[in-house]
Design a protein around this ligand. Sequence first.
Ligand SMILES: Cc1cc2nc3c(=O)[nH]c(=O)nc-3n(C[C@H](O)[C@H](O)[C@H](O)COP(=O)(O)OP(=O)(O)OC[C@H]3O[C@@H](n4cnc5c(N)ncnc54)[C@H](O)[C@@H]3O)c2cc1C
Length: 415
Amino acid sequence: MPGKTATPLSIAIIGSGLGGLSAAVALRRQNHNVTIFERYDFAGEVGASLSCASNGSKFLQEWDVPIAAAKPVILKSLIMHEWETGKITSEYDLGDYRERFGADYNNFHRIDIHNVLRETALGSKGQGPPCILKTMHRAVKIDEEAGHIIFENGEEFSANVIIAADGIRSLSRGLLGITPSITPSASCCYRCIIPASRLRELGLEKFVSSDAIEFWGGFGINKIVMSPCSNNEVVSSYCFYPASFNDLNEDGWNISTTGENLVKTFPGLDPDLHKMFMHADDIKMWRLYVHEPYPYWFKGKVALLGDAAHPMLPDQSQGACQAMEDAGALGIIFGNKYDDLDIEQRLRLYETTRKERASRVQAASAKARTDLSERIGWSSKSDRPGKLTIEEICGYDMHSHVAELAKGIRSLEAS
Ligand SMILES: Cc1cc2nc3c(=O)[nH]c(=O)nc-3n(C[C@H](O)[C@H](O)[C@H](O)COP(=O)(O)OP(=O)(O)OC[C@H]3O[C@@H](n4cnc5c(N)ncnc54)[C@H](O)[C@@H]3O)c2cc1C
């Protein structure tokens, strides 16, 4: 067939966040030569939890990522508390989750899973050639037809395929001609972490040992989401509040605040949470934005991935999982089974596989911002048809979806 692509390809990845690293691992395993370019040196990694549902964890398993080395807490339930008293009002038991969906619901510390993915991408062990990582390489120009990147430091690189995984503020997206529609959300979010040892000293060991994601509020803007990570040694909380409270305009993850400020933001909240806030470490706050889907995800030899392709509000806990799905799709599509397709066909197949599903999760995340009954786990199609459900997200079989979509491309080619 004239379009056949030879393996190995040279693949450049812009950005080494969780999305870029996942793509690196997936593509290395298909014997491609992968070079990752990162603008920083990882000194600014954010400490917070990251729940990885089975749709992400399944790919970590498939790629032989040593999940245990990332010290996950395997989540067993979702718990809802009364805002004022902390009394448990309902519980969703995840029960036989692993049997149903083929992987655990892992709760990681972001830095732990980032380190493990990076080692898996770069290490000499594992399938395919180790990836190369070049830090302090900020991409500033892309020629999408030539597959050429220019970096701020003056270096240049050419590749058969470029994956732009440069995050929510992606420069690559603009370079591909996409103008994002971004609206400030009415919500902001604090993030704080606290060591388990301190919680025990405070008599709050119940927050350490739940193996659950615990919620307070969530019907309206205010919501607290708490979960243990790092082998139960750290507890992390995300606390959503009205943007009007402090008119935060600055962007980024590194704007610090105090426990007193957290307590002031949520008067009347469960006193145990107030106590925890007063002893928490490293409290940060950030502004949230609502993003609409983009008209396309690839142009020439360049495809978007992760937050660069589908930035979403955090309320379905799916941003990184969707980035892992993107990476999973690339690993499948750039595998031998599809090497009768040329690069353009493969990138189109990637976009077709991923854009509709990720956009649906993006929209459902915005709905769940102020309505916890829209969040998978708490949602069910029976109370409102069309809701995103745990079965749709966690029971998804990408391998057969790609095979089905590829039939369409091949029959077009044959006709
Ligand atoms: C409050 C909150 C809670 C969340 N909780 C969860 C959760 O529980 N579960 C979940 O699945 N997801 C969660 N997410 C979402 C998740 O964190 C993101 O979707 C995910 O980290 C995105 O990864 P990424 O690799 O696409 O982008 P990023 O992590 O932003 O990585 C982009 C990388 O590209 C680099 N870069 C940028 N520009 C350039 C350039 N020009 N040249 C070179 N490098 C560049 C950056 O330095 C960075 O390293 C949450 C998000 C938030 C805000």
